[in-house]
Design a binder for this molecule. Structure first.
Ligand code: NAP
Length: 254
């Protein structure tokens, strides 16, 4: 009888995952996806109320989760956390946007967006990888980047700069950490309906731009991202590192 190949496991049973930005939008969806696959999920964000609501709902659904209040821009607090806890999976969904013409960007806007989207993401990655390497265990680090890490967008110079930066960072880190079996990738969504994008969807001109660019004819929902994150977190993606998964409805196809 032929020995058939076996589909790799998507289970995360016995694993601990950190999800940043877990109290809202895409991060909350990621926390659910990993918890449903069996991981214990540490849900991080700054605001305690929404975080506690998310964790309570996860526990109510029979999952294992805890809340962690953290300002990710505070590298000292981030470093302490990552030195104290060992994570098998880290999903970074905390992010910020301040859209407007590049000619009107202030240094304060630049620092705020770059500080969270790139600087904090960079050091979250290095702290996580250091702990994974020290533990001698394979690990998966996943950043929620954006289709705007691959193309430009109207009024999005700062945001695009940080997301393009994230894409380059991930490639370089993948080269460095591959031998230790620490994988690092990005997921690049198109416009997803979350609190972050509400003002863009409320602008009729921008809403028309979005539906025209998405070939599949609809904006994304949080659920569209969950499968990709679970794939990158699990053994099913054991040979995947230094790359990005575009979930853009075909936005970047032309
Ligand atoms: N929605 C989209 O269309 C879209 C498309 C492409 C990429 N993305 C990316 O996906 C990620 C998540 O976006 P989203 O739409 O889900 O946003 P969201 O609904 O606004 O959620 C952002 C999350 O990040 C947390 N956060 C913000 N600043 C933080 C900080 N300094 N420290 C720790 N946590 C912080 C927020 O909680 P607190 O405010 O309580 O801290 C919240 O949990 C971002 O990186 C975004 O760039 C989004």
């Amino acid at each position: 009888m032929t020995d058939l190949p076996r589909t790799p496991s998507f289970s995360l049973t016995g694993q601990t995952a950190l999800v940043t930005g877990a109290s809202s939008g895409i991060g909350q969806g990621c926390a659910v996806a990993l918890a449903e696959a069996g991981a214990h999920v540490v849900c991080a964000a700054r605001g305690v109320d929404k975080l506690n609501d998310t964790v309570a709902a996860l526990k109510d659904a029979g999952h294992s989760a805890e809340a962690l209040s953290l300002d990710q821009s505070d590298l000292e607090a981030l470093g302490t956390l990552m030195a104290e806890r060992a994570f098998d999976v880290v999903v970074n969904s905390a992010g910020l946007a301040r859209h407007g013409p590049a000619l009107e960007t202030t240094p304060e806007d630049f620092d705020a967006v770059a500080g969270l989207n790139l600087r904090a993401a960079y050091f979250l990655s290095t702290y996580a990888a250091k702990a994974m390497i020290a533990a001698g265990k394979p690990g998966s680090i996943i950043h929620i980047s954006s289709q705007m890490g691959h193309v430009g967008g109207i009024d999005r110079a700062v945001y695009c700069a940080t997301k393009h930066g994230l894409e380059g960072m991930v490639k370089a880190m993948a080269i460095e950490w591959g031998p230790a079996q620490v994988r690092i990738n990005t997921v690049c969504p198109t416009f997803i309906r979350t609190p972050l994008t509400q003002s863009t969807f409320d602008n009729p001109e921008r809403a028309a731009w979005i539906t025209e660019k998405i070939k599949l004819g609809r904006v994304g929902e949080v659920e569209d991202i969950m499968g990709a994150v679970l794939y990158l977190a699990s053994k099913a993606s054991a040979l995947v590192t230094g790359t990005s998964m575009l979930i853009d409805g075909g936005w970047t196809a032309d």
